[in-house]
Each structure stands twice: as structure tokens, then as C-alpha cells.
Design a protein around this ligand. Structure first.
Ligand SMILES: Cc1ncc(C[n+]2csc(CCOP(=O)(O)OP(=O)(O)O)c2C)c(N)n1
Ligand code: SF4
Length: 285
């Protein structure tokens, strides 16, 4: 039987005490246990950054890649074995900055994976420079006169690109976040969960208290219809005194691997191939 212990690794964790990543890690473990997934069926992939260290702390199949390149790795892994449940852990810089191009194309392809973007609005590992999601005017050690560019809105971008599952969680509400992760895993196709993650060392604005005063569950009342594209975009643009969390948009669309005939019978890794025929093909060149 799968339990939290099943997923516990013995790597030393050096995240700052109080970092929002701890809440995210707990929610991931809780979700994997509730989904009753054994570690052999799960692959966790990341790029570079504090968020990207998450796979070290989970005992299952893991891959720690290059900065911004978790999604291309996930694409290759899903092609090789489309039966794997793939979770990508990325920072806001890693995912929306360095990896922005891959973010766009993973959505467009509708790769069947769940992406958790730990959004602390800064580059945590490199000591707090503003990231693409930092709000206009935010002061950091590097942006002493305040951020001058508009904040990148990952939810609105994902919805407008046609992503089939778009949600926002909060690291300070692990039960709600675990439910979102479970729903993301169950969704067949690309699921994005952007997670409000306090960075206690380099972001003194978006703290636990700041979020706790503002977040509300978008799905608590039946008013928000997750199949309504316009309502989803409208909700994704709400930011300030009130910040919605929950599922913004949901739609089933054909996945990337489901449309590839060669993957219908079995995963590529289980395919028997003839070395002789391969040699013959290569020698034709
Ligand atoms: C191509 C490349 N550029 C820059 C770096 C340096 N670098 C390492 S971590 C990092 C920031 C990570 O920030 P983010 O993705 O927001 O994650 P966090 O640490 O906040 O979780 C940077 C710029 C790198 N490793 N590779
Ligand atoms: S620097 Fe920020 S993101 Fe990194 S471990 Fe510390 S609190 Fe977490």
C-alpha cells in the first residue's frame, strides 16, 4: 500500500525554514498517496532553481534537467512511455522566463502531463532578482527602483493558448493544493497549476499573511463555470485585494500521444525492434 513514507527520500533539504516549497512538497506527497500511485508509475521532472530541487525529495523516478528545459524532457519521456504519470516542477523563472517557449508549445501540443509552477515572483536560487511574474513596481535588491515591466500572467496565457486544465493553488493551503494536484493528474491532457509560493528570504511583499488576506476559492460557490472560456480569462485577470485560487478552466481535448498511431498498442519502450531492419534502413542513406 502506498503511504507518505513510500515517497520519502533521504536527501538533505536546504530550503530556508518557512519556504513555501515545503507546503507544495507535502501537497504532492498527499496527492500521490490519495491517487494510490506507486512510485514506479510516476516520473517527476524539473529544470533548475529552488523549486526544481523538488524531485530530490521524492522517492520515485526523477530527472533534474537544465534551466527552463523540464518540458522538453517531459515531452521525450512521454513519447518513450506514454503510460507514465509525469509531474513537472518548475519555478516561475524556469517555466515562464527561460522555458517560456517550451511552456507555449507543451500547451499547444496538449502533452498529457501536470505542470506545477512554484510561483514566488523571484529567482530564488540566484538570490532574488525579479522574475517575469513580479508585479509592476516590486522592489528587489537588483530592481531598486521597482520592476518596470508588466507582470506575465501565466493563467491568462495558458487559457488563451487552449490549455485544457488551468488552476491556481496556494502553498499555505496544502489540502486545497493536494486536491488540485489530484484533479490535474486525473485530467487527460496538459494541466497547469500555478502555485502562489512565499519566498521568505527574497520576497517581502507576497508573504503568507499577504496571501491569506486575499485568496478565496473560486470554486466554493457554483457561480464560476469552469467550461466558460470568457469567465476563465476574466477570473485570471483578477489580482490585488482579492486573488482567486482553484480551477479556472477545464476542457477535454485530444492529447498529443493519443493522436500518434505508433503508440496505440504499447509504449515505445515496450516495442520490439529488429536490429537487422534498422541496419538496412541506415545503410540506405
Ligand atoms: C541557462 C541558465 N541561465 C541562468 C542560470 C542561473 N540560474 C540558476 S537558478 C536561476 C533562477 C531560478 O529561479 P526560478 O526558476 O524562479 O526558481 P526558484 O529558485 O525561485 O525556485 C538562475 C537564473 C542557469 N543555471 N542556466
Ligand atoms: S530562497 Fe526563497 S525559494 Fe529559495 S529556499 Fe529560500 S525561501 Fe525558498
Amino acid at each position: 500500500m502506498v503511504s507518505i513514507k513510500t515517497y520519502e527520500s533521504d536527501y538533505e533539504n536546504q530550503w530556508c525554514p518557512g519556504c513555501g516549497n515545503f507546503g507544495i512538497l507535502s501537497a504532492i506527497k498527499d496527492a500521490l498517496v490519495k491517487l494510490d500511485l506507486t512510485p514506479d508509475k510516476v516520473l517527476i521532472i524539473s529544470g533548475i532553481g529552488q523549486a526544481a530541487k523538488t524531485p530530490h525529495f521524492l522517492k520515485c523516478n526523477t530527472f533534474h534537467g537544465l534551466h527552463g528545459r523540464a518540458l522538453p524532457v517531459a515531452t521525450g519521456a512521454k513519447m518513450a512511455n506514454h503510460r507514465l504519470n509525469i509531474l513537472v516542477n518548475s519555478g516561475d523563472g524556469d517555466c515562464y522566463g527561460e522555458g517560456g517557449n517550451h511552456f507555449m508549445h507543451a500547451i499547444r501540443r496538449n502533452l498529457d502531463i501536470t505542470l506545477l509552477a512554484h510561483n514566488n515572483k523571484v529567482y530564488g536560487l540566484t538570490k532574488g532578482q525579479a522574475s517575469p511574474t513580479a508585479d509592476l513596481g516590486m522592489v528587489t535588491k537588483q530592481q531598486q527602483a521597482g520592476v518596470t515591466s508588466e507582470s506575465f500572467n501565466p493563467l491568462a496565457v495558458a487559457i488563451s493558448l487552449g490549455a485544457g486544465f488551468v488552476a491556481r493553488g496556494f502553498a499555505g493551503n496544502t489540502e486545497h493544493l493536494s486536491n488540485l494536484i489530484q484533479a490535474g493528474f486525473r485530467h487527460k491532457g496538459f494541466s497547469l497549476i500555478d502555485i502562489l509560493q512565499p519566498c521568505v528570504s527574497f520576497n517581502s511583499v507576497n508573504t503568507y499573511d499577504w496571501y491569506k488576506k486575499r485568496v478565496y476559492d473560486l470554486n466554493a460557490k457554483a457561480k464560476h463555470r469552469t467550461e466558460d472560456f470568457t469567465a476563465a480569462i476574466t477570473a485570471a485577470r483578477v489580482w490585488g485585494d482579492k486573488i482567486p485560487i482553484g480551477i479556472f478552466y477545464r476542457k477535454e481535448i485530444p492529447t498529443f500521444t493519443d493522436q500518434i498511431p505508433a503508440l496505440k498498442k504499447r509504449p515505445l519502450i515496450a516495442k520490439v525492434y529488429s536490429q537487422k531492419r534498422l541496419q538496412a534502413l541506415l545503410s540506405e542513406q
